[in-house]
Unconditional design. Structure first.
Length: 245
């Protein structure tokens, strides 16, 4: 669950809805590789593991909705392991990319996202290192079975990260008042609410149009159960996004 403080409200986007937007970006991308269908599937399913946790979201001691970055690491690792196995069964190459994505979360997206926290308490760090070692140990055999080179898989992995981070921009930044950002080599400049200019422009069509499902809840002094009931009953908003040259 991706939570943004929107003043008098909380904006909440489910991870699966964020992933749907990531996949829509992948579908609209102009420069695609030989395994793009699997890359789209990986984009669409890279956060499937969150779906179970999001059935019972919670609040923190200050009674604020708990956002994804504050979910305990052992819980995150456990559902990522299950998700990677499920995606791999459906599409082995998408499963490899999702495995690389899971490891990249704990490796600053392999050096491309230094803002990601790289260290944890010793007991948690041991869980992280075991997960990373387990996943990385399987990659050579997976690549050999798929007849895919390491550099090819990393090229698709980095494409997945762009789709993911571009979606996170729309989920986490203030797009009503305008908040610029840079994602690797891409620069985003808001020009109106939910309308941005992206350079270099990567999509097949300009302007490119997408939609994001989100909930906007007035802030309240909830109990955990009250928050869950209100979030469950809330109507989702279909927000239109426009990206242009």
């Amino acid at each position: 669950m991706i939570v943004r403080d929107a003043g008098a409200h909380w904006q909440i986007v489910y991870q699966t809805d964020h992933a749907d937007l990531s996949a829509d970006f992948a579908r609209g991308w102009a420069d695609t590789g030989a395994r793009h269908e699997s890359l789209v599937r990986a984009s669409e399913r890279h956060d499937d593991g969150w779906a179970v946790w999001e059935q019972a979201p919670t609040i923190d001691p200050d009674r604020r909705p708990v956002t994804f970055i504050d979910v305990p690491i052992p819980i995150h690792v456990a559902f990522y392991q299950a998700m990677i196995a499920a995606v791999t069964e459906d599409d082995p190459y998408a499963g490899l990319l999702v495995s690389m994505h899971g490891v990249g979360i704990y490796r600053q997206r392999f050096g491309t996202d230094p803002m990601l926290k790289a260290s944890h308490e010793p007991d948690v760090q041991a869980v992280v290192e075991a997960f990373v070692a387990e996943q990385e140990a399987d990659w050579p055999e997976r690549r050999e079975a798929l007849e895919v080179a390491e550099d090819e898989s990393f090229a698709d992995y980095f494409r997945l990260q762009v789709y993911d981070r571009l979606s996170l921009y729309f989920c986490m930044r203030d797009l009503e008042s305008g908040e610029a950002a840079a994602i690797t080599d891409y620069r985003l400049e808001p020009i109106a609410p939910w309308r941005v200019r992206l350079e270099p422009f990567p999509f097949l069509e300009s302007p490119a149009r997408f939609t994001l499902l989100r909930c906007v809840l007035p802030k309240r002094d909830w109990t955990r159960d009250e928050f869950r009931l209100e979030l469950t009953a809330a109507e989702t908003e279909l927000t239109e996004i426009t990206i242009e040259r």
